[in-house]
Design a protein around this ligand. Sequence first.
Ligand SMILES: *Cc1c(COP(=O)(O)O)cnc(C)c1O
Length: 502
Amino acid sequence: MNKNTSSQANDSSVSVRGLVFNEPLLFEMGSPGRTAHSLPKCDVPEVELEALLPAEEIRDQIENFPELTELDVVRHFTRLSQWNFSIDTNFYPLGSCTMKYNPKINNELAALPGFAHHHPYTPEVLSQGSLQLMFELQEYLKEISGMDHVCLQPAAGAHGELAGMLMIHAYHAAKGTQRKKILLPDSAHGTNPASAALCGYSITQIPSDGRGLIDPKKLEAMMDEDTAAIMLTNPNTLGMFETDILKITEIVHKKGGLVYCDGANLNAVMGETKMGNMGIDVLHFNLHKTFSTPHGGGGPGAGPVGITNQLEPFLPVPVIEHTKGQYRLNTDRPQSIGKMKAFFGNFGILLRAYAYIRSLGPEGIKKVAQMAVLNANYIKASLTNDYHLPYSGPSLHECVFNDKHQLKNKVSTMDIAKMLIDYGFHPPTVYFPLIVKGALMIEPTETESKETIDQFIAAMKEIARRAKEDPESFHDAPSLPVVSRPDETAAARYPRLRWKPA
Ligand SMILES: *Cc1c(COP(=O)(O)O)cnc(C)c1O
């Protein structure tokens, strides 16, 4: 797995590359008798643990448990943290994921003791500040999206999709006839069909047209009264605005269907236009994308969901209400789809998004979208001679190239992505959307400077040149990091999370 790491911790010829040391496991380090604490001598009579606790509560000795100093442990974990790639260290143009910088003020606000120590079981009267903050965040998201109501509970975009789909399901059920189908463009993110299927719907794919968009004529032919909703993404996963959106929503509504919009790409349009004005009935936000909250390793994020008035009875409980100067939690809502998450969602993430929106203000929010679009188009225009652009129409905050030119020399999208790591950049999103063979999906976001973007463009150009002149060099790329090309499938399927003595 790790070609530079030898397993002998005490080998004096440890491999070193620059300041990146070979890093053994903690279990392979240490020396008997080392310790990270020094306590004063006990001044009360000592009692054996066995005399105080039942046997089953006392852990067995761990074999070969490493004995280490504080400094051993601190250096070990600090060094490992430096092997990580992060937005605080480098450019991270991962398309669709909106890896913008997360301003530190957001974290500072979330760490204020009044918020951080606020227990979710604290009575309403003593939670007015936190409730007000959530209520106001809902209002801001309503204003930004043009939706009538917002629920903050879902913990991720996909979770917001599920909440939205459940409300659509409840809506049709309340009308007396459940429908069976959801229409989905073939460019959709994989979570979309998964969320629809979880609600028991079958999926019908709408093929994208030559522009990479939904063709209203095709949609009209497919839309029927057994279709519960269309689930589209706007701007779509090619970074393109669905120019026929008004026609699309009209076609679906005419047959009694609803329109779900995946709002993962809101960064391209916020402050400029509102989904609520386009006939969208349900929209999810990804606070960890658009609103600068951290993307954890699969969480915690937040995926609030916005809806129109007709879906209001089905909102998850509790609903935060503001009456007579008091904030209240209403759970007495008989048609509610129920709870999506314990308590109120990922409150710490909601706080960060609130701080972000408040620090930018309406003009700042609009500027974010404008700069995100400008940056992506600058990259797109700069690389069109080097990489193939399968859909050439106008795009917004991201651009999708592929490896068509490089494949002539047997250099694939995966090779290009791996080589970029040697140039100090995180690879873009690869092989998504599925309608683009060998896709390289680049999203710079608004937070990058022209200098950083120029460095990235220069690296991409150099890589295109190398693919022609020295295609062999790609096979071992990347050569600079500690880990080169792990077996990604095995790493995901058979993670080795527990160390066992050999
Ligand atoms: C990220 C993303 C999702 C899923 O959001 P999560 O927060 O990762 O669950 C859905 N659709 C699109 C287009 C996305 O980019």
